[in-house]
Design a protein around this ligand. Structure first.
Ligand SMILES: C[S@@+](CC[C@H](N)C(=O)[O-])C[C@H]1O[C@@H](n2cnc3c(N)ncnc32)[C@H](O)[C@@H]1O
Length: 197
């Protein structure tokens, strides 16, 4: 089956494929300097959600989408964390971490698989952050937690903020630099979250 037919069958998944490849290449090419440059600023974001995450992680299964070099997995040492990323370069630097190469819009996991799904500084790389959010939600258990950060300067920031109450209860929303970190508990009964968006 040619990609054009696939593109017709799953238009949302292919629409941004070209952009995604560019982003992937960018991370592949800069993977060796990522930790040196960003480990500290990412850690600040993990620290603000540390209480929530550590309180939950005991026997929980955590998914870190766009997890890159596995910084969150190392930070939550002792927790069961699966790190997913599209960039081979980034994943190759995630040592001692359970890792899977996949696209954030097409996660190779069944529905409601994870107790906690994290996505730090991922959504701004995605062609349609709302679509990615729907995929993150799909693999989150009902009553489970979704922790993600998003740049406030993104045009879709307001839309995402408006979307969150439809699928979850916001426990906390913290501004760090140009990003906001959301800690959201997924509702047991969901509304149609694309309605009116
Ligand atoms: C700014 S880094 C953040 C890495 C990690 N979350 C952290 O806290 O250090 C963004 C990550 O998203 C990954 N990424 C970008 N587009 C992706 C996609 N379509 N699917 C999966 N991962 C993607 C990149 O490869 C990169 O590792």
């Amino acid at each position: 089956m040619g990609s054009s037919l696939l593109g017709w069958v799953v238009p949302g998944l292919w629409a941004g494929e070209k952009d995604k490849r560019l982003v992937e290449r960018l991370y592949d090419e800069t993977a060796d300097i990522y930790d040196e440059r960003y480990a500290e600023s990412q850690r600040v974001k993990y620290v603000v959600v540390e209480d929530v995450l550590r309180g939950l992680t005991g026997s929980c299964l955590v998914l870190d989408v766009g997890g890159g070099t596995g910084l969150l997995s190392s930070f939550l040492s002792g927790a069961r964390v699966v790190t997913v990323d599209r960039s081979r370069g980034m994943l190759s630097r995630a040592r001692g971490v359970l890792k899977v190469r996949a696209d954030a819009d097409l996660l190779p996991f069944e529905d409601s698989r994870f107790d906690i799904v994290c996505a730090f500084t991922l959504l701004q790389n995605m062609p349609d952050p709302r679509q990615t959010l729907v995929e993150l939600l799909r693999v989150t258990k009902r009553g489970g937690w979704l922790v993600f950060s998003l740049m406030r300067s993104l045009p879709v920031f307001g839309l995402v903020v408006g979307l969150v109450p439809r699928f979850g209860r916001v426990l906390n929303q913290i501004n760090i630099g140009g990003e906001t970190v959301f800690i959201v508990r997924k509702r047991r009964v969901l509304q149609n979250i694309f309605l009116g968006v």
